[in-house]
Design a protein around this ligand. Sequence first.
Ligand code: FAD
Ligand code: NAI
Length: 466
Amino acid sequence: MEYDVIMIGSGPGGYTGAIRCAQLGLKTAIIEKYPALGGTCLNVGCIPSKALLDSSEHFYNASHTFAEHGIKLADLQVDLAQMIKRKQEVVDATTKGINFLMKKNKIDEIHGVGSFVDPHTIKIVKADGSEQTITGKNIIIATGSKPSSFPSMPIDKKRVITSTEALKLTEVPKHLIVIGAGVIGAELGSVYARLGAKVSFVEFADSMIPTMDKTMGKELQKAIKKLGADFYFSHKVTKVENTGNEVVVSADSPKGEQITLTGDYCLVSVGRRPYTDGLNLEAAGVKVDNRGRVEVDNHLRTNVPHIYALGDVIRGAMLAHKAEEEGTFIAETIVGQKPHVHYRLIPGVVYTWPEVAAVGYTEEEVKQEGIPYKVGSFPFKALGRARASMDIDGLVKVLAHKETDEILGVHMIGARAADMIAEAVVAMEFRASAEDVSRMSHAHPTYTEAFKEACLDATDKRAINI
Ligand code: FAD
Ligand code: NAI
């Protein structure tokens, strides 16, 4: 065999796994169908969306909060072309960094569409039509995901768009209709609402971000409503039609009445599907489940023992850091180590403002599993730091075991929650109790005091500053 490991796909799971393989002395090749490495996350996901979230937040603050801080600005304008250009520069710098890491780790980078010829052989069809065939002792499928849709909402990439097009619009929509108020809807809806678009969310469930703790969805809705957004919850979209310069979205309300919304763009953000198109999995005998995900066991092995899979193309949360953990896990498994991924402690973050971040059980889950629990919470508005920065929206909610006081789940919505959640992950990895955290010194004044106070509240209703 030419290679110890062939990685198909260079997203966060693929490139992280390839680097770990190389670190462990395995001769590794990475195959990527696009010219740029980095996958969805670096090219059309995490990084560009955060770049636009940051730019739009600067604009929003400049137009809404600077005056109260005593900063006067005149003639504020959005230069969307520049915003998108800067976003692309951030993406390009980041993906070039991955090229550097591949070279540094002596990983062979091959660009083209990879497909199985047999369980050990991969054919790569390059952009110029030429072909190359390589063989590997181990093969890792890291081909990620693509946006999903329904027949009632055909994507035309012009007016009816996915997140990929929403990251490179040439004008700020007048009225953006967002189907699906999950993570992408909340983030990209926020971007354009901050830039002045009217945004309407049409959501099948009864709240925003419905898979997170219900309190988070309610609080996030309040924050997004302040941007002037409308919400149509428990609505079933029946038709989406591009009429030329407009998009007409029809949906059934919970009472069975039909509503019609007319906008200039419609963002379809109803989830993503695992991507295995063109891989020719049949030639290797690799099985997929009824949702099209590559089936893996607890060691991330497919039904063919030397073929592994990771990230968005398998079960579990579709998150970059989950894929990264799995890349490392597979590399270490291949060399005979005994790695572990603690799936319950993979944090989830929504990069709106305020940010939403969570780890562990939701209140709905502890109830459903019959785990005895208690709740502690603390609002941001009671924090000196939050008042100083005018970021008073949000709260921290801690769920702890009723008898042992072990922290079971932490849910935050507030300024810098995305960074603050790391403390909760560490605490929970070490199986801390709420009282453990409440007895640790947290610098004053910081947002992190909200976590300590919520833990004090959970321990014995001992919060100090409320
Ligand atoms: P991907 O990143 O999807 O990479 C798969 C790669 O495989 C792609 O480059 C693809 O071209 C390549 N490929 C596919 N088939 C073949 C083939 N046959 N041959 C060769 N190459 C192939 N997650 C977060 O954790 N944080 C965020 O902030 C975040 N923001 C997001 C924002 C948006 C708008 C979107 C869409 C997603 C976001 N995600 C975020 C999710 C995150 O991008 C994914 O979970 C992550 O990219 C999955 O990594 P992966 O390695 O499994 O696959
Ligand atoms: P999602 O699963 O977060 O949200 C989809 C939403 O669409 C849900 O609220 C669902 O109830 C709703 N929906 C489904 N069908 C519908 C229909 N027919 N009509 C109306 N609403 C409908 O998926 P999303 O936002 O598309 O994101 C895809 C993936 O990308 C997510 O799994 C997420 O993990 C990942 N992602 C992560 C980010 C982050 O970590 N910050 C940012 C963006 C994406």
